[in-house]
Design a protein around this ligand. Structure first.
Ligand SMILES: *[C@@H]1O[C@H](CO)[C@@H](O)[C@H](O)[C@H]1NC(C)=O
Ligand SMILES: *[C@@H]1O[C@H](CO)[C@@H](O)[C@H](O)[C@H]1NC(C)=O
Ligand SMILES: *[C@@H]1O[C@H](CO)[C@@H](O)[C@H](O)[C@H]1NC(C)=O
Ligand SMILES: *[C@@H]1O[C@H](CO)[C@@H](O)[C@H](O)[C@H]1NC(C)=O
Ligand SMILES: *[C@@H]1O[C@H](CO)[C@@H](O)[C@H](O)[C@H]1NC(C)=O
Length: 577
C-alpha cells in the first residue's frame, strides 16, 4: 500500500517535471501582497458599495475569500508574525511599533520565512515596507533572507519623495528608499504604489524560471504619509470618486484604486511570464484601518468594533484572499479562523518546503483544509498581550475575552460608518463590473457567474444580527474594558455589542486564567523606547540608515519595566500631539 503510494507520487512528479520541461521549477511561486492599514469595509467583497475594488474582489472570488482572517493589531507585530510564524509575545515584538530613531528590531536569533524559502531554492524578494528594524545593518531585509529589497525601512514614507520627516525631532529630513543596501533617490517623484508595481513586474520578468520565486509585495498603501502631508494619491485616481464628499475619504479611495490596479498588473506579469499557473497568491491587510487618531486614514472597519491598535475585531480582523490553481477547491468563502501565525507553515506545506525541526511555531499548516474546503476547526488565539500598555484580547473558538484597552478607550467604539447615499455609480452592476475586471480576464474562470459573486459577497457581508430577546442598550451588556474584563460570544455577536461578563462569570474567569497561562510563555518586549539622535539623517548623507554596526542584539529584557512604562508613555504622548 505504502509503496504503491510512493510509486504514484514518483509518477506524478515525473509528469509534473515533464509538463514543465527542465526550464520550470516544480515548486510553486509565492507572492504575498501585504496591504498596510486597510479596513475590512474598504474592499467591495465585504459588501461595501462605496469604494469598488474589482480586481482584488475577482482574486477573492476565484480563490478563497478569507472571511475570518486574524492579524496582530499593529504594523511591526503583524509583520514579525508573518515572517516568523510566531505570536509577537514569543519574539518580543508585542509592544508598539519601531519608531524611526529607536535602537531595536526583530531579534536576529529568529529564523525568517525568506531564509527558509531561500534555503529551499527560492529566489527571495521584498518590495516595499520592512518596519522590523534597521538601526544595525544586520537587521535589514537583505541581511535576513531576502536576496533583494526595493523599498523602505520605516513605518511609512512620503508617497512621492520617499522621505521620512520626524516633525517632533530636531533632525534633518531623510530619504528612506533603497535598492538593496544602496540609497535610491532615482525614484523620487514616482508614486510609491507605482514604483513598487514596476519593480514587482521587473522582478517577475527577469526571474530565472529554473528557480521558484518568493516575493513579498509590502505596500505603503493605504498607510498615511508624513504628518505634514498624510493623504496622497494620484489626482486621476481621486477623480474617480466624486460621489464621496469627505475629501480625506475621497483621497483614501484614490489610494485604494491605485492599489487595486497594482494587483491586476502584478498578476498580469505572472501570467505574461508563464508563472501564474504554478503560483500561490496571498493578499491581506496587516491590521485594521486607523479610522481616527494616530495615522488615521479615514479607513473603515465598520460594522466591526474598534480599529487598528485596539483589542476589538476592527483591529484584528483583516480583509484577505488566497488564490492558486494548486487549491483543489476554489471559489468559496472560508469561515476557518486563520491567523498570520499560520502562513509560514501553510505556505511551506503547500510548497513542500520542510521547516527546521527545532522551530517552535505557533501557527499550523492549514493548506490541506483550505484546499479541501473542510469543516472549520475551532482555534484558540491570543490577539493582544501587551504588558506595557496593559491590555489583552483573547479568543477561544467563538468566545472572546478583553481586559484593558488602548488610548484610554478612545478606540472602543464602532467607527467609520459609511454614508448611505455615497454608493459608487457602478455598484448597481457590481457583479458585471467584477467580471469585466483585468484580474477576471487574466484568471479567466468561466464558472464565476454573477449569481456566484452575489452569493459569496453576501456570505462575506457582516449584518451584526441582533441576539434574540436581548437589548444591546441595556446597561448589563455595556463593555468598559478599562473598568472590568468583558466577554463576548462572537458566533452570535461578531460585532461585540453584548458583553456577557455578568451572565457568564465562570466562563470569563476560565478565559482570564488561560490568558495568565499564556502570559507565562511571553518573553519581555524587545522594544527600546529611546530616541537615539545618532539616527539623524544629517549624519548619514541625508538618508535613514543603520547607525550602530555592532552585531549583538540590543539589551532586550534588561530594561527595567517601570522605566519602560515611563518612557513608553512619554513617547506615546508625544505621538498624540
Ligand atoms: C504552465 O505554463 C507553462 C508555460 O506556458 C506550461 O509549460 C505548463 O505546462 C503549464 N503547467 C500547468 C500545470 O498547466
Ligand atoms: C537642532 O539642530 C541644530 C542643527 O543640527 C543644532 O545646532 C541645535 O543645537 C539642535 N537643537 C537641539 C535642541 O537639539
Ligand atoms: C525630489 O525631487 C524634488 C523635485 O524635483 C526635489 O525638490 C527634492 O529635493 C527631491 N528630493 C530628494 C530626497 O531627492
Ligand atoms: C485585567 O488587567 C489588569 C491590568 O493589566 C490586571 O491587573 C487584572 O488582573 C486583569 N484582570 C483579569 C480578570 O484578568
Ligand atoms: C553600538 O551598540 C553597543 C551596544 O549595543 C554600544 O556599546 C556601542 O557603543 C555602539 N557603537 C556605536 C558606534 O554606536
Amino acid at each position: 500500500m505504502a509503496t504503491a503510494k510512493i510509486h504514484e507520487l514518483l509518477v506524478v512528479s515525473a509528469m509534473v517535471s515533464l509538463a514543465y520541461g527542465s526550464a520550470y521549477s516544480a515548486k510553486p511561486n509565492i507572492v504575498i501582497i501585504l496591504i498596510d492599514d486597510m479596513g475590512m469595509n474598504d474592499v467591495s467583497f465585504h459588501g461595501s458599495n462605496q469604494i469598488l475594488t474589482p480586481n482584488i474582489d475577482a482574486l477573492a472570488y476565484n480563490g478563497i475569500l478569507l472571511n475570518k482572517h486574524y492579524v496582530p493589531n499593529l504594523c511591526t507585530p503583524s509583520r514579525a508574525t508573518l515572517l516568523t510564524g510566531k505570536y509577537p509575545i514569543h519574539t518580543g515584538m508585542q509592544h508598539f511599533v519601531i519608531i524611526t530613531d529607536e535602537p531595536w528590531g526583530l531579534p536576529s536569533r529568529e529564523r525568517l520565512m525568506p531564509e527558509i524559502f531561500r534555503d529551499a531554492g527560492y529566489s527571495t524578494h521584498l518590495v516595499g515596507k520592512w518596519h522590523l528594524g534597521f538601526w544595525r545593518k544586520d537587521l535589514t531585509p537583505t541581511m535576513r533572507g531576502f536576496d533583494h529589497h526595493f523599498g523602505y525601512y520605516n513605518g511609512y514614507i512620503d508617497y512621492y519623495d520617499h522621505q521620512v520627516r520626524m516633525l517632533d525631532r530636531n533632525y534633518s529630513h531623510g530619504l528612506d528608499f533603497r535598492r538593496d543596501l544602496e540609497p535610491c533617490p532615482e525614484a523620487n517623484g514616482t508614486y510609491a504604489t507605482e514604483a513598487f508595481t514596476s519593480e514587482a513586474k521587473r522582478i517577475i520578468e527577469q526571474h530565472d524560471k529554473s528557480k521558484p520565486l518568493f516575493m513579498v509585495m509590502s505596500h505603503l498603501a493605504v498607510h498615511t504619509g508624513n504628518e505634514d502631508s498624510p493623504m496622497q494619491a494620484p489626482e486621476e485616481e481621486v477623480a474617480k470618486f466624486p460621489h464621496i464628499r469627505d475629501p480625506k475619504r475621497r483621497t483614501y479611495a484614490g489610494m485604494i484604486s491605485s492599489l487595486d490596479k497594482s494587483v491586476a498588473q502584478t498578476i498580469g506579469a505572472l501570467k505574461d511570464n508563464d508563472m501564474l499557473n504554478n503560483s500561490i497568491i496571498l493578499l491581506y491587510s496587516d491590521n485594521g484601518a486607523p479610522t481616527i487618531g494616530i495615522h488615521s486614514n479615514a479607513g473603515s472597519n465598520y460594522p466591526y468594533r474598534g480599529q487598528k491598535e485596539s483589542p476589538w475585531e476592527g483591529g484584528i480582523r483583516s480583509a484577505g484572499a488566497l488564490w492558486s490553481p494548486l487549491l483543489k477547491e476554489r471559489g468559496y468563502v472560508s469561515n476557518q479562523a486563520i491567523h498570520a501565525i499560520d502562513w509560514l507553515p501553510t505556505l511551506a506545506g503547500a510548497a513542500g518546503v520542510s521547516l527546521p525541526q527545532d522551530l517552535p511555531l505557533d501557527g499550523i499548516n492549514l493548506w490541506p483544509m483550505l484546499s479541501g474546503n473542510e469543516e472549520p476547526k475551532p482555534r484558540t488565539m491570543i490577539h493582544v498581550l501587551d504588558e506595557v500598555f496593559g491590555y489583552s484580547s483573547y479568543m477561544k473558538d467563538t468566545l472572546k475575552y478583553i481586559n484593558g484597552s488602548s488610548f484610554q478607550g478612545r478606540y472602543d467604539h464602532w467607527l467609520g460608518e459609511l454614508k448611505t447615499n455615497e454608493d459608487h455609480p457602478l455598484s448597481e452592476s457590481y457583479e458585471q463590473h467584477v467580471l469585466a475586471s483585468d484580474v477576471q480576464s487574466i484568471l479567466g474562470n468561466r464558472w464565476l457567474t454573477e449569481d456566484r459573486i452575489r452569493q459569496m459577497r453576501s456570505e462575506a457581508t457582516e449584518m451584526c444580527p441582533p441576539v434574540e430577546g436581548l437589548n444591546p442598550l441595556e446597561p448589563q451588556f455595556k463593555c468598559e474594558p478599562l473598568k472590568a474584563p468583558c466577554f463576548f460570544d462572537l458566533a452570535k455577536d461578531p460585532c461585540e455589542r453584548y458583553n456577557l461578563a455578568e451572565t457568564y462569570p465562570l466562563q470569563l474567569q476560565q478565559l482570564a486564567d488561560e490568558v495568565e497561562q499564556i502570559r507565562k510563555t511571553a518573553i519581555p518586549s524587545a522594544r527600546v523606547p529611546y530616541s537615539d539622535s545618532r539616527a539623524n539623517p544629517t549624519f548619514h548623507n541625508g538618508n535613514w540608515e543603520w547607525w550602530n554596526n555592532t552585531d549583538t542584539d540590543s539589551s532586550s529584557g534588561t530594561f527595567p519595566i517601570n522605566l519602560w512604562l515611563v518612557i513608553g508613555s512619554i513617547v506615546v504622548h508625544r505621538n498624540l500631539l
